[in-house]
Design a protein around this ligand. Structure first.
Ligand code: XMP
Ligand code: MG
Length: 176
Protein backbone atom coordinates (compact mmCIF):
# COMPACT_ATOMS: atom_id res chain seq x y z
CA UNK A 1 0.00 0.00 0.00
CA UNK A 2 1.42 3.38 -1.02
CA UNK A 3 1.95 5.95 1.69
CA UNK A 4 -1.14 8.14 1.89
CA UNK A 5 -3.12 10.60 3.98
CA UNK A 6 -6.84 10.98 4.54
CA UNK A 7 -8.60 14.34 4.54
CA UNK A 8 -12.25 14.69 5.45
CA UNK A 9 -14.53 15.61 2.55
CA UNK A 10 -18.08 14.91 3.74
CA UNK A 11 -19.10 14.62 7.39
CA UNK A 12 -21.37 11.94 8.81
CA UNK A 13 -23.99 14.64 9.52
CA UNK A 14 -24.07 15.71 5.88
CA UNK A 15 -24.29 12.08 4.80
CA UNK A 16 -27.21 11.44 7.18
CA UNK A 17 -29.02 14.54 5.92
CA UNK A 18 -28.59 13.50 2.28
CA UNK A 19 -29.87 9.99 3.03
CA UNK A 20 -32.93 11.36 4.82
CA UNK A 21 -33.88 13.50 1.88
CA UNK A 22 -33.38 10.58 -0.54
CA UNK A 23 -35.62 8.44 1.67
CA UNK A 24 -38.34 11.12 1.66
CA UNK A 25 -38.34 11.26 -2.14
CA UNK A 26 -38.46 7.48 -2.38
CA UNK A 27 -41.33 7.38 0.14
CA UNK A 28 -43.37 9.74 -1.96
CA UNK A 29 -42.53 8.13 -5.35
CA UNK A 30 -43.04 4.48 -4.37
CA UNK A 31 -46.27 4.62 -2.37
CA UNK A 32 -48.22 1.39 -2.94
CA UNK A 33 -45.37 -0.23 -4.85
CA UNK A 34 -43.46 -3.36 -3.87
CA UNK A 35 -39.85 -2.19 -3.43
CA UNK A 36 -36.72 -4.28 -3.66
CA UNK A 37 -33.57 -2.41 -2.70
CA UNK A 38 -30.57 -4.11 -4.32
CA UNK A 39 -27.27 -3.04 -2.80
CA UNK A 40 -24.00 -3.43 -4.65
CA UNK A 41 -21.50 -5.20 -2.42
CA UNK A 42 -19.42 -4.36 -0.70
CA UNK A 43 -19.28 -0.58 -0.77
CA UNK A 44 -23.01 0.16 -0.81
CA UNK A 45 -23.84 -2.13 2.14
CA UNK A 46 -23.51 0.73 4.63
CA UNK A 47 -25.60 3.10 2.53
CA UNK A 48 -28.27 0.47 1.91
CA UNK A 49 -28.72 -0.19 5.62
CA UNK A 50 -29.02 3.50 6.52
CA UNK A 51 -31.30 4.22 3.55
CA UNK A 52 -33.56 1.23 4.28
CA UNK A 53 -34.01 2.39 7.87
CA UNK A 54 -34.90 5.93 6.73
CA UNK A 55 -37.55 4.80 4.24
CA UNK A 56 -40.97 4.43 5.87
CA UNK A 57 -42.58 2.24 3.19
CA UNK A 58 -42.38 -1.54 3.48
CA UNK A 59 -39.50 -2.93 1.44
CA UNK A 60 -37.27 -5.92 0.86
CA UNK A 61 -33.50 -5.94 0.46
CA UNK A 62 -31.00 -8.01 -1.46
CA UNK A 63 -27.43 -7.69 -2.71
CA UNK A 64 -25.40 -8.29 -5.83
CA UNK A 65 -21.65 -8.20 -6.03
CA UNK A 66 -19.65 -7.00 -8.99
CA UNK A 67 -15.97 -6.51 -9.39
CA UNK A 68 -14.40 -3.74 -11.39
CA UNK A 69 -11.70 -2.07 -9.38
CA UNK A 70 -9.70 -4.83 -7.71
CA UNK A 71 -7.32 -3.33 -5.22
CA UNK A 72 -6.36 -0.38 -7.35
CA UNK A 73 -7.63 3.15 -7.19
CA UNK A 74 -8.53 3.13 -10.88
CA UNK A 75 -11.21 1.35 -12.84
CA UNK A 76 -10.17 -1.66 -14.89
CA UNK A 77 -13.15 -0.90 -17.13
CA UNK A 78 -14.30 -4.51 -16.92
CA UNK A 79 -17.26 -5.52 -14.82
CA UNK A 80 -17.94 -9.03 -13.67
CA UNK A 81 -20.95 -10.25 -11.73
CA UNK A 82 -19.78 -12.25 -8.72
CA UNK A 83 -23.07 -12.63 -6.85
CA UNK A 84 -26.55 -12.62 -8.38
CA UNK A 85 -29.97 -12.63 -6.69
CA UNK A 86 -32.35 -15.55 -7.11
CA UNK A 87 -35.78 -13.97 -6.59
CA UNK A 88 -38.42 -13.79 -9.30
CA UNK A 89 -38.67 -10.02 -9.83
CA UNK A 90 -41.85 -9.87 -11.91
CA UNK A 91 -43.88 -8.01 -9.28
CA UNK A 92 -41.10 -5.86 -7.82
CA UNK A 93 -39.91 -2.34 -8.41
CA UNK A 94 -36.11 -2.65 -8.29
CA UNK A 95 -34.06 0.19 -6.88
CA UNK A 96 -30.32 -0.36 -7.36
CA UNK A 97 -28.44 1.11 -4.40
CA UNK A 98 -24.88 2.15 -5.25
CA UNK A 99 -22.29 3.96 -3.17
CA UNK A 100 -20.65 6.11 -5.83
CA UNK A 101 -20.98 7.00 -9.49
CA UNK A 102 -17.60 7.39 -11.13
CA UNK A 103 -17.39 6.39 -14.80
CA UNK A 104 -20.94 5.03 -14.58
CA UNK A 105 -19.94 1.68 -16.09
CA UNK A 106 -21.01 -0.32 -13.05
CA UNK A 107 -24.40 1.34 -12.85
CA UNK A 108 -25.07 0.96 -16.59
CA UNK A 109 -24.10 -2.71 -16.41
CA UNK A 110 -26.46 -3.29 -13.48
CA UNK A 111 -29.38 -1.39 -15.01
CA UNK A 112 -29.11 -3.52 -18.17
CA UNK A 113 -28.67 -6.67 -16.08
CA UNK A 114 -31.80 -6.03 -13.98
CA UNK A 115 -33.93 -4.97 -16.94
CA UNK A 116 -33.38 -8.46 -18.40
CA UNK A 117 -35.01 -9.91 -15.29
CA UNK A 118 -38.21 -8.04 -16.20
CA UNK A 119 -39.21 -6.40 -12.93
CA UNK A 120 -41.99 -3.75 -12.96
CA UNK A 121 -39.32 -1.02 -13.00
CA UNK A 122 -35.59 -0.48 -12.54
CA UNK A 123 -34.27 2.72 -11.01
CA UNK A 124 -31.09 3.66 -9.20
CA UNK A 125 -30.09 5.59 -6.13
CA UNK A 126 -26.48 6.69 -5.74
CA UNK A 127 -25.07 8.37 -2.65
CA UNK A 128 -21.95 10.08 -4.02
CA UNK A 129 -21.88 11.47 -7.51
CA UNK A 130 -18.37 12.31 -8.76
CA UNK A 131 -18.29 15.36 -10.95
CA UNK A 132 -16.49 14.72 -14.22
CA UNK A 133 -15.71 16.66 -17.35
CA UNK A 134 -17.49 14.15 -19.57
CA UNK A 135 -20.67 14.16 -17.45
CA UNK A 136 -23.08 13.87 -20.37
CA UNK A 137 -21.87 10.38 -21.34
CA UNK A 138 -22.69 8.80 -18.01
CA UNK A 139 -25.94 7.11 -17.08
CA UNK A 140 -27.89 9.34 -14.76
CA UNK A 141 -28.88 7.97 -11.39
CA UNK A 142 -32.60 8.49 -10.77
CA UNK A 143 -31.76 9.66 -7.26
CA UNK A 144 -28.43 10.92 -6.02
CA UNK A 145 -27.28 12.30 -2.71
CA UNK A 146 -24.16 14.43 -2.83
CA UNK A 147 -22.02 15.76 -5.65
CA UNK A 148 -18.32 15.42 -4.88
CA UNK A 149 -15.15 16.40 -6.75
CA UNK A 150 -13.36 13.79 -8.85
CA UNK A 151 -11.05 12.42 -6.13
CA UNK A 152 -10.49 8.90 -4.89
CA UNK A 153 -12.49 8.68 -1.68
CA UNK A 154 -12.84 6.24 1.20
CA UNK A 155 -15.06 5.76 4.21
CA UNK A 156 -18.78 5.15 4.63
CA UNK A 157 -18.40 1.80 2.86
CA UNK A 158 -15.77 2.83 0.33
CA UNK A 159 -12.33 1.27 0.56
CA UNK A 160 -8.74 1.57 -0.41
CA UNK A 161 -7.41 -2.02 -0.72
CA UNK A 162 -10.32 -3.15 1.52
CA UNK A 163 -9.43 -0.72 4.30
CA UNK A 164 -11.42 2.21 5.71
CA UNK A 165 -14.94 0.99 4.90
CA UNK A 166 -15.87 1.40 8.57
CA UNK A 167 -15.05 5.12 8.77
CA UNK A 168 -18.20 7.13 9.44
CA UNK A 169 -17.28 10.14 7.29
CA UNK A 170 -16.04 10.36 3.69
CA UNK A 171 -12.34 11.14 3.12
CA UNK A 172 -10.15 12.01 0.16
CA UNK A 173 -7.06 9.82 -0.18
CA UNK A 174 -3.96 11.74 -1.11
CA UNK A 175 -0.79 9.89 -1.96
CA UNK A 176 2.26 11.48 -0.39
P1 XMP B 1 -17.83 3.30 -11.98
O1 XMP B 1 -16.59 3.86 -12.60
O2 XMP B 1 -18.23 1.99 -12.57
O3 XMP B 1 -17.39 3.05 -10.50
O4 XMP B 1 -18.96 4.31 -11.94
C1 XMP B 1 -18.29 2.65 -9.57
C2 XMP B 1 -17.65 1.68 -8.61
O5 XMP B 1 -16.26 1.90 -8.46
C3 XMP B 1 -15.91 2.05 -7.12
N1 XMP B 1 -15.36 3.40 -6.93
C4 XMP B 1 -14.71 3.81 -5.86
N2 XMP B 1 -14.35 3.17 -4.75
N3 XMP B 1 -13.36 5.14 -3.93
C5 XMP B 1 -13.68 3.85 -3.78
O6 XMP B 1 -13.37 3.28 -2.74
C6 XMP B 1 -13.66 5.86 -5.02
O7 XMP B 1 -13.35 7.04 -5.12
C7 XMP B 1 -14.37 5.14 -6.04
N4 XMP B 1 -14.86 5.53 -7.25
C8 XMP B 1 -15.44 4.43 -7.75
C9 XMP B 1 -17.14 1.81 -6.33
O8 XMP B 1 -17.05 0.53 -5.80
C10 XMP B 1 -18.28 1.86 -7.28
O9 XMP B 1 -19.17 0.81 -7.07
MG1 MG C 1 -19.12 -0.43 -5.40
Amino acid sequence: MKEHELKILVSREEIAKAINSLAKKIDSDYLGKKILLVGVLKGAAFFLVDLARSISLPLEIDFVEVSSYGNKAESSGKIKLIKDIRKDLSDYHVLIVEDILDSGLTLQYLIDFFKQKKPLSVKSVVLFYKMKNNDCKRPNADYFGLKIPDYFVVGYGLDYAEKYRNLKDLYVVSFV
